[in-house]
Design a protein around this ligand. Structure first.
Ligand SMILES: [Zn+2]
Length: 131
């Protein structure tokens, strides 16, 4: 009895889907990037062929990013204003540049994290009956 030939080697399993997702990697194999560019997802993993159509993070990453960024940026702005007496132009330039950059970085990590958690927990829309 011989073993059947394998067309592709099995993809390695990510140790932690949530950690792999937070790092922007595929939640199943942990090796390929989830994102095509920016916050745009690929259609499937080029390494393990995991179909990414199951992904539905909704507004989750944006809500967490707004709460975290609001706390950080407002705290830094208050410290700059009351401890250092920063000028209005400093506030406009510093927070106007820093906030979008931090938002992009934070959104990418949070979106990947929620995708990894969705994959690990097999989360999906609620249904009354299976199709
Ligand atoms: Zn993969």
């Amino acid at each position: 009895m011989s073993t059947p030939p394998m067309s592709t080697p099995p993809a390695p399993i990510a140790a932690s889907p949530a950690l792999a997702g937070a790092m922007g990697r595929c939640p199943r194999c942990g090796s390929a990037s989830l994102f095509r560019r920016g916050l745009v997802l690929r259609d499937r993993c080029p390494t393990c062929a995991l179909d990414y159509t199951f992904i539905d993070t909704g507004d989750g990453p944006a809500v967490f990013a707004i709460l975290i960024l609001g706390f950080l940026v407002l705290g830094m702005a208050l410290i700059a204003e009351f401890k250092f007496g920063a000028s209005v132009w400093f506030h406009v330039v510093a927070w106007g540049l820093l906030t979008p950059l931090l938002a992009l970085l934070l959104l990418r990590g949070l979106k990947g994290l929620l995708i990894g958690l969705q994959y690990r927990n097999k989360a999906e829309q609620g249904q009354l009956a299976k199709k």
